[in-house]
Design a protein around this ligand. Structure first.
Ligand code: PEP
Ligand code: MG
Length: 819
């Protein structure tokens, strides 16, 4: 048995977390009650042999507690037993009634846990006092056919044996193995003098935390219950008080102890304490409870105080948790037309148009429109919809429901459990009778759980303070650049606020979905010949150029990668009669002719059909118009601002180098026609396995390769990115995929293609830049992969830029660690 005297250091792998912490607290000079520790090995022997070693005589005076110290606190352990040693002749000096209450509680607890008796056998309805104790002892005698043990040593040994055996019970083993504990996981035991918490003077127990759990700011708070011990202050029943109820001197002592703990352990803490006639004892300390906003501030404050290093602060902050810092909130004093209230499942607020299906959310997003996905509850099929939506409203479900978990993970504001609302006939029915159809504008406030009608007034998040400090530190250590996937000026502005290093993917098709443009686009698509096509393109050119001027101005001084048109053209065609009629009129054609042409464009397998560079090769005028718009815009911005813009033109869905050569020749011809006034880079989007394998060829015609891992994952698995949701949950549940490969890069398969491409590409062209612009660019594990693979940048949606910046910094720090 090892004394908890502050002189002997304990070992986590032998004595468990709680014992090690207590030993260190004692070594730091904190007031920890005297005690001894049994190692996990000793406990295992006790369980096996039934023999408990002799207890030091000095300890067997006064009352004791016995607590579990599992090697990993997540593995649980039997409940602590308090007040061991109480007997007819050792009643504590705390007043007769209290002493008898403690004695009676101990008999009940002992009988229940050590002897496995039914608690009801001791349910005696009378006030605490000698008579009630007598009746309890009589019940014990009746049940056990022996007297309640009066020797403190016998009581303690029985308790130790009970705890040792409880740890090894099959049910306990199964439970902790389910939590990942190894088969032979162990538990130490702590035998410690009781700080009674009951008696004269300022006496009681509680829990104190030194920092605010929401903001992370220094603040002493917690619960305190006079005349109590153990978990009394935490579990219901008698009302606990706030710590302000304690004398200031004790509050100051708690704060001072908190500082010692923080310095000694390198973290902010919560302590379990007991007061015995004004004397403060610390019984345990655990890392302070904290939400993700608080966690970031705590890490920054610890680093500023020199308790941990800046690098530790970076490594300790969970990149995904930054989402909470990034979202707009509803203006504090703005009007709120509340439709209903649910649970605030994922913070931040978002306004958008009601959609009832994930497909509709994706369509909205593709058109650059914000959508609020409204579902009764969500499932695996909805993940893509949640991804595409600006906000989520699930009428059922709790904080750990599918919608809540996924939305939090993606940083999408979300409300769940809004069960006053109903879905009926494709209408969202509100408790006051309002019926909203799809397209209606609502706001979800994921911070308060309120669903509001219309567009609420928003305040943008403050990206200053600890957030800015941490991100600044992260930027100092990362060398992987983080760009944004930004299609609109709003996206670009947002990305800049989030500290982006450029735009890695501007999907130009999104610029053509606006109503006044899509009609011209359709005329271009339906044009009978190149002349007619040029006429429509001439009208699109100034619009496209204006888009690029705005983007280049916002992104001044930073790279902007513009992807030439990618989607199959049928996506631009009207599907309803009214749309067809309007187009027919604009083109001087009959509705039947238009419908027939649209029909001709439809493909059996459009995602593998005439899209991407295949459009550029077969209808070259479109890419020529786009190249011209890019060059003219760059020249205009240079002329007006003096800042050189070096646009990066990206060719999608390439599979052969000849495609690149053909497009490159056309783009060069456009540049030459404009007098070669703009420097630019031309690169390829690697989205097909063939492009990855032939990266050596492509690198000869390209300044950069950007991996479109959405399509590359789709094509590598032969798995439709739009349909995978139908079975992905089962696949992950059954362990076919460790994770959805569309969310976190499949490093084994798709990752190998990336590595092959990187190696072959760089061998052919050492100057070749490498980037990733699929959704994976905002996934921390995928970002780490890109760093290790030697990429230059990742590109992700604006809200995920800070996440990627932090993940990139962590990747740099981890890469620098000795292996
Ligand atoms: C990709 O395929 O990874 C990509 C970024 O392009 P998109 O998602 O537009 O197909
Ligand atoms: Mg793609």
């Amino acid at each position: 048995m090892i004394p908890l005297d502050g002189k002997t250091e304990l070992d986590l792998a032998r004595h468990g977390m709680r014992a090690c912490r207590q030993a260190k607290m004692a070594a730091l000079g904190l007031p920890v009650p005297e005690g001894v520790v049994l190692s996990a090995k000793a406990v295992a022997e006790i369980a096996a042999t039934g023999q408990v070693p002799a207890i030091p005589k000095t300890l067997l005076k006064g009352l004791l507690s016995l607590r579990a110290s599992p090697l990993n606190p997540d593995w649980g352990g039997p409940t602590a037993i308090l007040n061991i040693g109480i007997s007819d002749s050792t009643l504590p000096d705390v007043g007769a009634q209290e002493a008898h209450r403690l004695y009676r509680r101990f008999i009940q607890n002992y009988a229940f846990s050590v002897d496995g008796l039914e608690a009801e056998a001791f349910d005696i309805d009378m006030p605490d006092g000698p008579e009630r104790v007598k009746r309890c002892k009589a019940s014990y005698l009746a049940e056990m056919e022996e007297d309640f043990p009066q020797s403190p040593e016998a009581q303690l040994k029985a308790c130790i044996l009970h705890m040792a055996r409880a740890w090894n019970r099959p049910s306990a083993r199964i439970l902790r193995q389910a939590k990942g504990a190894p088969v032979e996981s162990g538990m130490g035991l702590i035998i410690q003098r009781m700080a009674l918490g009951i008696g004269r003077g300022i006496t009681g127990s509680g829990v104190a935390q030194m920092v605010d759990d929401k903001t992370g700011a220094p603040r002493l708070w917690g619960r305190y219950l006079p005349q109590s011990q153990g978990q009394d202050a935490l579990i219901g029943g008698r009302k606990a008080q706030g710590l302000e109820a304690l004398p200031k001197t004790i509050q100051d002592q708690l704060r001072a102890h908190g500082q010692v703990l923080s310095k000694g352990f390198g973290d902010a803490f919560q302590v379990e304490f007991t007061l015995d006639n004004g004397q403060l004892w610390l019984l345990d300390a655990q890392p302070a409870k904290r939400g993700s906003v608080a966690a970031l501030r705590i890490n920054v404050d610890l680093a500023k105080a020199g308790v941990i290093s800046r690098n530790d602060a970076i490594l300790r902050t969970e990149p995904q948790a930054l989402g909470e810092h990034l979202h707009p909130q509803i203006a504090a004093n703005g009007p709120r037309d509340i439709l209903a209230t649910g649970l605030s499942a994922s913070p931040g607020a978002a306004t958008g148009h009601v959609v009832f299906t994930p497909e509709a959310a994706m369509t909205m997003a593709a058109q650059g429109q914000p959508a609020i996905l409204v579902r009764v509850e969500t499932g695996a099929d909805d993940i893509r919809g949640i991804h595409a939506a600006s906000g989520v409203l699930a009428l059922r479900g709790g904080m750990t429901s599918h919608a809540a978990v996924i939305a939090r993970g993606l940083g999408v504001p979300c409300i769940v459990g809004a069960d006053e609302m109903r879905l009926e006939d494709d209408r969202l029915i509100c408790p006051d009778g309002r019926r909203l159809k799809d397209g209606a504008q609502i706001t979800v406030d994921g911070t308060t759980g309120q669903v509001l009608f219309g567009a609420a007034e928003m305040t943008q998040p403050s990206l200053d303070g600890p957030f800015k400090t941490l991100m600044g530190w992260a930027d100092e250590v990362r060398d992987l650049k983080v760009r944004a996937n930004a299609d609109t000026p709003d996206d670009a502005r947002l990305a800049r606020r989030f500290g982006v290093d450029g735009i890695g993917l501007c999907r130009t098709e999104h610029m053509f979905f606006a109503p006044e443009r899509v009609q011209v686009m359709r005329q271009m698509i339906l044009a009978a010949d190149a002349t007619a096509r040029w006429a429509a393109l001439e009208r699109l050119l100034p619009m496209q150029k204006a888009d690029f001027v705005e983007l280049f101005e916002i992104m001044r001084g930073q790279p902007v990668t513009i992807r030439l048109l990618d989607p199959p053209l049928h996506e631009f065609m009207p599907v309803d009669e009214a749309g067809i009629a309007a187009l027919a009129q604009a083109m001087g054609m009959s509705a039947v002719q238009v419908a027939r042409r649209a029909e001709e464009l439809s493909e059996v397998n459009p995602m593998l059909g005439k899209r991407g560079v295949r459009i550029g090769i077969t209808m070259p005028e479109i890419y020529e118009m786009q190249a011209r718009a890019i060059f003219e815009a760059a020249a205009q911005v240079f002329a007006s601002t003096g800042d050189a813009v070096v646009p990066e033109i990206m060719i999608p869905l390439v599979s052969a180098n000849r495609e690149v050569e053909l497009i490159k020749a056309r783009v060069e011809a456009v540049a030459a026609r404009l007098g070669g006034m703009v420097a630019y880079k031309l690169g390829v989007m690697v989205e097909t396995p063939r492009a990855a394998l032939r990266a050596g060829d492509l690198a000869q015609s390209s300044a950069f390769l950007s991996f479109g891992t959405n399509d590359l994952t789709q094509m590598t698995y032969g798995l439709s990115r739009d349909d995978a949701g139908r079975f992905m949950r089962e696949y992950v549940q059954q362990g076919v995929f460790a994770e959805d490969p569309f969310h976190s890069l499949d490093v084994e398969g798709v990752g190998e293609l990336l590595l092959i491409a990187a190696q072959r590409g760089r061998a052919a062209n050492p100057e070749l830049e490498l980037g990733m612009c699929g959704e994976h660019g905002g996934d921390p594990a995928s970002v780490r992969f890109c760093k290790v693979a030697g990429f230059d940048y990742v590109s992700c949606s604006p809200y995920r830029v800070p996440i990627a910046r932090l993940a990139a910094a962590q990747a740099s720090l981890l890469a620098a660690l000795p292996t």
